[in-house]
Design a protein. Structure first.
Length: 329
């Protein structure tokens, strides 16, 4: 990737869904480096470099028994906090050298997602207060791998001007081409962005989102970012339904990224929940099809791109992200 400084090592990245980490070791990759995740004897997640301390075999190809990860090459076994608990060739009572232990890395579970930090954490996982609100139900989706730069993904998530075109097959209205001027502001303690109203199509499968109503409706929305790669959008419908959409991406490499989104709704989703998720995934596919046709990373250089007033949120994210990865010496 073009950004290789230490500031990104202190960030948290969503790399899997909690339910995807089961009885087997799970390989992940962040910024061109391979890691392994598994659940220890108590079910808590353990993260380490995907490299045995003995002969550098991929631990993700091994097996987990009773929370202990066994290397597929020589059977070295690692338990709580990555400590080596067995070197079969040395016998059951042989002393184990301290260098045999894995160096555990920061990993956490929040919002049904697995968050990983490759270095010493310098910031918090984005805070979403809606998760603590008992009147809202959380809906999770799977973790996907998109063949595009994470920087282009965040630019897309902050953009409303592409709705009439990229999302013509779901909710976009060709008539709504002009983006009203908006003001950027601190939306809460975590997210910075803008509030706005938008007119959208509400036909067919889109009615699962709105709970019914007319074929054309207006939404009151807000969209904001949290560094480095998370965006939250809130949606308020005229019938009182409220939705929070949290989208987050993590860089696998310069041209590959993890992506997932989480939804919170204040209506009864016991029967409509899957329809809502299916519709939002269709919207995401429209974005993915567009973004995977773009090559390279989004330029962060001032003046390299032509920006208009509707790009203010992306421009501010690029400014703050550039400052983050290039701190003053």
């Amino acid at each position: 990737m073009t950004t290789s400084g230490e500031p990104l090592d202190g960030c948290w990245y969503a790399v899997a869904t909690s339910d995807a980490i089961g009885n087997d070791p799970s390989p992940i990759e962040v910024r061109d480096v391979a890691y392994v995740l598994w659940r220890g004897p108590d079910g808590a997640l353990i993260a380490a470099a995907d490299r045995c301390t003995h002969r550098e075999a991929k631990l993700s190809l091994g097996t987990v028994t009773d929370g202990c990860l066994q290397c597929p090459y020589h059977g070295w076994t690692f338990g709580d906090a990555g400590r080596c608990v067995s070197v079969p060739s040395s016998g059951p009572h042989a002393a184990i050298a301290p260098a045999a232990h894995l160096s555990p890395l920061s990993v956490a579970e929040q919002y049904g997602l697995v968050w990983f930090c490759p270095g010493e954490p310098t910031q918090s996982i984005p805070y979403l207060g809606v998760d603590d609100n008992s009147s809202f139900t959380r809906l999770n989706t799977s973790m996907e791998v998109w063949n595009c730069s994470v920087t282009r993904m965040i630019d897309n998530m902050l953009d409303v001007a592409h709705f009439p075109y990229t999302h013509a097959g779901t909710f976009g209205r060709e008539q709504e081409q002009i983006v009203p001027k908006f003001t950027l502001e601190q939306l809460d303690d975590t997210f910075y962005g803008y509030a706005y109203s938008v007119t959208v199509n509400n036909e067919g499968e889109a009615k699962s989102m709105s709970g019914g109503g007319d074929d054309i409706i207006q939404l009151d929305m807000s969209t904001g970012f949290a560094l480095p790669f998370s965006v939250r959008s809130t949606m308020s419908y005229e019938n009182g339904i409220e939705q929070t959409l949290f989208m987050t991406a993590s860089p696998i490499s310069a041209q590959r990224s993890y992506f997932t989104f989480v939804l919170w709704r204040n209506d009864d989703v016991s029967e409509s929940g899957q329809d809502i998720v299916d519709f939002e995934q269709q919207v995401a596919r429209e974005d993915r099809e567009m973004l995977e046709r773009l090559s390279g990373e989004l330029s962060l250089e001032r003046g390299a791109l032509v920006d208009v007033q509707s790009d203010k949120a992306s421009l501010e994210w690029r400014r703050r992200y550039s400052a983050m990865i290039n701190p003053p010496s």
